[in-house]
Design a protein around this ligand. Sequence first.
Ligand SMILES: C[S@@+](CC[C@H](N)C(=O)[O-])C[C@H]1O[C@@H](n2cnc3c(N)ncnc32)[C@H](O)[C@@H]1O
Length: 144
Amino acid sequence: MTEALVARGVDPARLVLVEFNPMFCRLLRTRYPTATIVQGDAYGLRRALSDVVPQHTAAAVVSSLPIVTKPIRARLRLVNEALSFLSSGAPFVQFTYAVGPPLQRALSGVLAEASERIWLNLPPARVWIYRRPDFPGHLGRCGA
Ligand SMILES: C[S@@+](CC[C@H](N)C(=O)[O-])C[C@H]1O[C@@H](n2cnc3c(N)ncnc32)[C@H](O)[C@@H]1O
């Protein structure tokens, strides 16, 4: 995913990468020496990023975390904590192979939109975006 972000023009120096696996962290440090790599648990995002990212400043959070296997409380906490790092209106982006949405119930004040199912991805995947709008933004197909 990092590779795809960088290929589309995101400066690696702007990236903060949260990864649990120490071997994967080493690989990321080698590949993206100017990125900030945080070895930690993304399901405790506030703690993992508290010394690294000021609240309400991030341009986006992009997640390829396994999510639908997690209890709903952990998912809600993840999205809430991610939104607390984002500037107003900025997106929390979550990939999922699941048929349903990552959150089955709405988060107060949070807009959700979903991409079409991308059949060319193996397995077919969908992208969900959650954001707290600071403007009456457009909404695609809404789920939770
Ligand atoms: C589906 S893989 C995606 C890997 C890579 N980001 C990519 O796009 O190719 C999910 C990654 O999330 C990491 N991961 C799983 N649970 C995590 C957690 N709680 N905190 C941080 N990273 C986690 C795994 O170690 C794995 O590298």
